[in-house]
Design a protein around this ligand. Structure first.
Ligand SMILES: Nc1ncnc2c1ncn2[C@@H]1O[C@H](COP(=O)(O)OP(=O)(O)OP(=O)(O)O)[C@@H](O)[C@H]1O
Length: 208
């Protein structure tokens, strides 16, 4: 795997109308590194992750993703980005496997049923692929969000409240995902749970 992935956040400000949420945030990460973004409710953690993932624009500043010799803005780098968040909505009226098949098709990935089932195995949902998502518990839905995010083996993984609704085995799954991601690329984690700060090599505290 290449070791030349780089995420550069430069002088970033995020505003909603007249409300400034973030001002002048800068940092740089490289392959193998994990950043934890910590802060109180409403300090801007989720907003920062959404900007990094190209889901919303900043008021000022830039996010740059460099891979080998290529330079991307987040909206051009969706093939490199994976995002797990409580506001990531999957389709309750589809089964888990149908959800994964749909999102794989959206990403232009061809997957067999066996390959999709392997993703479910990876997140601890073996044998539950034909259940409707409406029948999933909150922790099982969170596991499926991981399968969704990892479908294309992203180089940059953004995890918003990574262990929310998880039991001890779910937390172990998150640890495993982060450990694997260290070999593949970069992880950025947003949390207000002090227990999750141990996941990071660096901690960025917002709202101070
Ligand atoms: N779409 C939006 N429109 C207007 N204001 C928003 C929007 N999204 C977030 N905000 C505001 O931006 C601020 C930061 O919200 P954000 O969700 O980024 O915080 P957070 O640190 O992730 O909070 P939490 O820990 O509660 O998840 C809050 O004041 C919130 O009300």
């Amino acid at each position: 795997m290449s070791d030349t992935l780089q995420l550069t956040v430069d002088d970033l400000s995020i505003e909603y109308g007249a409300r400034r949420v973030l001002a002048g945030v800068s940092f740089e990460l490289r392959t193998g590194e994990t950043l934890v973004v910590a802060g109180a409710n409403g300090s801007g953690k989720s907003s920062l992750l959404r900007v990094i993932c190209g889901l919303q624009r900043p008021a000022r500043g830039t996010v740059t993703i460099r891979m080998d010799d290529a330079v991307f803005r987040p909206a051009e780098a969706l093939h490199l980005l994976g995002w797990v968040a409580p506001d990531l909505h999957l389709y309750r009226e589809l089964t888990a496997l149908e959800n994964l098949a749909f999102f794989a098709a959206v990403r232009g990935i061809r997957c067999t049923r066996a390959e999709l089932e392997a993703f479910l195995d990876e997140v601890g949902l073996s044998g539950r692929g034909d259940d409707l998502l409406a029948a999933y518990s909150s922790g099982m839905t969170q596991r499926l969000r991981y399968a969704y995010a990892l479908l294309h083996r992203p180089r940059l993984l953004a995890l918003d409240e990574p262990t929310v609704t998880f039991d001890a085995r779910g937390v172990a799954l998150v640890e495993q995902v982060i450990a694997r991601q260290r070999k593949r690329g970069i992880t950025v984690i947003a949390t207000n749970d002090p227990r999750e700060e141990r996941f990071g090599d660096y901690i960025l505290r917002l709202g101070q």
